[in-house]
Design a protein around this ligand. Structure first.
Ligand code: HPA
Ligand code: ZN
Length: 324
């Protein structure tokens, strides 16, 4: 259909996608076999069932188990190469990927193994596909602030210049304990890019703004429960990374028809469209645009979402101009 072609040909960027959550099931199965990770199902059918999430904590549990299949530099390079090729095939020329760095550190995988693998693939993908990748290392907020400190220490010691920001994800807890941590990240030149208001309520977004000085909000859909916050986000032009299919699959919202994306856009918020953990949610970025169309957005609005992504990205000015 026309919309399919429009979406396919639309130049896109992706600002909210997790590297480890982008593992296609065949790769997951191969890695699980290679390293003997028994907690991962051993068939594609099994993986499909495994990806039916009861609720958000269950999603995080499955996510962290799948992450255990990544062990050596070659694993990280192979995954990154596959993800880059898939993005490039959808006409994505620039992507900022969350890397669950702490989930590797806690298993004894050193940061340099992760960074060496993903950097090798990043450089190669830029040559092969002309796609630019940037990294946002993050940690699970519900594991506590020390976890975040260790993650940031590792980034500052071993992180390459292609790390653009620092994030916090997983089950949403108060962002208040991370105030000093994010101040330290920002002082080191990293952008503050927390998940907030995915399912933790508008207060999490207020904390992210006031305490973490967030420069973009991961998800932020709960902002719609607080009109004063919507006004603040709009007036300050704070970009929000919205991921509609993710929100249904993790139970953040009940039905896709109820997704606030159209209301967010029409309230004047700077919303971009993103896929979060595409194979885990049976989606990809192109599909998110088709879903947005299904929610009633016309092609002008879809194009605006794509432009918002470019504007909210950490592409250099020339790179932005080329896409706007
Ligand atoms: N939210 C929080 N943490 C995550 C997500 C998410 O959507 N995906 C992977 N880790
Ligand atoms: Zn996310």
């Amino acid at each position: 259909a026309d919309i399919d072609r429009f979406v396919r040909d639309l130049p896109k960027v992706e600002l909210h996608v997790h590297l480890e959550g982008s593992m296609e099931p065949p790769i997951l199965l191969d890695l699980a076999k290679k390293h003997g990770v028994d907690a991962v199902p051993s068939s594609l059918e099994g993986v499909r069932e495994w990806y039916e999430f009861r609720d958000f904590p269950h999603f995080i549990e499955v996510y962290l188990t799948s992450v255990e299949t990544l062990r050596d530099e070659a694993d990280f390079a192979m995954l990154t190469s596959d993800v880059a090729a898939r993005l490039a095939a959808q006409r994505v020329s620039y992507a900022e990927l969350h890397v669950s760095l702490y989930a590797h550190l806690m298993r004894g995988v050193p940061a340099h193994v992760v960074f060496d693998g993903i950097e090798h693939a990043r450089r190669e993908a830029e040559q092969t596909h002309g796609i630019q990748l940037r990294w946002i290392p993050d940690f699970p907020g519900d594991y506590g602030v020390e976890t975040g400190e260790q993650t940031l220490d590792a980034v500052l010691k071993d992180g390459p210049p292609s790390v653009v920001g620092f994030g916090v994800g997983s089950v949403e807890v108060s962002r208040a304990p991370f105030t000093d941590l994010f101040a330290r990240a920002r002082a080191a030149g990293l952008h503050s890019l927390p998940h907030a208001g995915e399912n933790g309520g508008p207060e999490r977004i207020v904390e992210a703004l006031d305490l973490l000085h967030a420069e973009r909000i991961g998800h932020g859909i709960d902002s719609m429960d607080d009109p004063a916050l919507v006004e603040r986000l709009r007036d300050a032009g704070v970009p929000l990374d919205v991921c509609p299919t993710s929100n249904v699959c993790t139970g953040a919202i009940e039905r896709i028809e109820d997704h606030p994306l159209p209301r967010m856009l029409r309230a004047g918020l700077s919303v971009s469209l993103n896929s979060d953990d595409p194979p885990m949610f049976g989606t990809d970025l192109g599909n998110e645009y088709r879903v947005a169309h299904g929610l009633g957005l016309d092609v002008t609005e879809l194009a605006a979402l794509a432009r918002n992504g470019v504007t909210a990205s950490y592409l250099d000015e020339a790179g932005k101009r080329a896409l706007l």
